[in-house]
Design a protein around this ligand. Structure first.
Ligand SMILES: CC(C)(COP(=O)(O)OP(=O)(O)OC[C@H]1O[C@@H](n2cnc3c(N)ncnc32)[C@H](O)[C@@H]1OP(=O)(O)O)[C@@H](O)C(=O)NCCC(=O)NCCS
Length: 149
């Protein structure tokens, strides 16, 4: 398995892998082709995008889509989307990918990775197993409009 940087040339492969991962349990997301194309282009259009792929020969099997954010404590990799093709899951592939990402970042002097996930989903245990911890003092907040309080 090999880590490679992804670019606009890989958009069709990214879309296909993304759909196979997130249309399945437990996420069951429903994307139209156009919504997904716009979302991925958006991720690529950030000022410091970093999109990484895990390849089994020429087959894209895992994706990490995010960007490098600069902060006073140093740069960090913010991951918006991370996943492994269903048929490669639960075989250590995700952990191998994460290990390769940490090496890639470390070579560029980036030691921190941040992301959001759902506490009730298997990914939560996966991240904990791979050295991530939960920041108790922080909370994810949303305003959805409609209530004028
Ligand atoms: C979460 C995900 C990336 C894990 O990748 P993976 O290749 O399946 O993970 P690994 O085989 O390296 O598993 C490592 C550990 O993660 C945990 N884990 C992974 N999948 C799990 C599952 N379905 N149920 C319970 N624990 C799981 C286990 O603790 C496992 O360790 P173990 O094998 O010693 O029990 C992958 O399942 C995936 O892409 N899921 C769908 C997309 C997703 O949820 N992405 C994260 C969004 S934030």
């Amino acid at each position: 398995m090999e880590l490679r940087e992804l670019s606009k040339e890989n958009i069709d492969a990214i879309k296909s892998v993304f759909l196979q991962i997130f249309s399945a349990e437990p996420w069951n997301d429903t994307w139209t082709d156009e919504q997904l194309r716009l979302y991925i282009l958006e991720l690529m259009g950030n000022s410091n995008p970093l999109l990484l792929g895990l390849y089994d020969d020429e087959r894209l099997t895992g994706i990490a889509l995010g960007r490098i954010k600069h902060w006073y404590t140093g740069a960090e990799y913010w991951i918006d989307e991370f996943g492994i093709l269903p048929e490669y899951q639960k075989k250590g592939t995700g952990s191998d990918f994460m290990r390769k990402i940490k090496e890639f970042l470390s070579d560029r002097d980036i030691k921190k990775i941040t992301l959001l996930t759902d506490r009730t989903f298997p990914a939560f245990r996966f991240y904990k197993k791979n050295g991530f911890y939960e920041k108790d003092e922080q909370v994810f907040m949303v305003y959805e409009g409609g209530t004028h309080t």
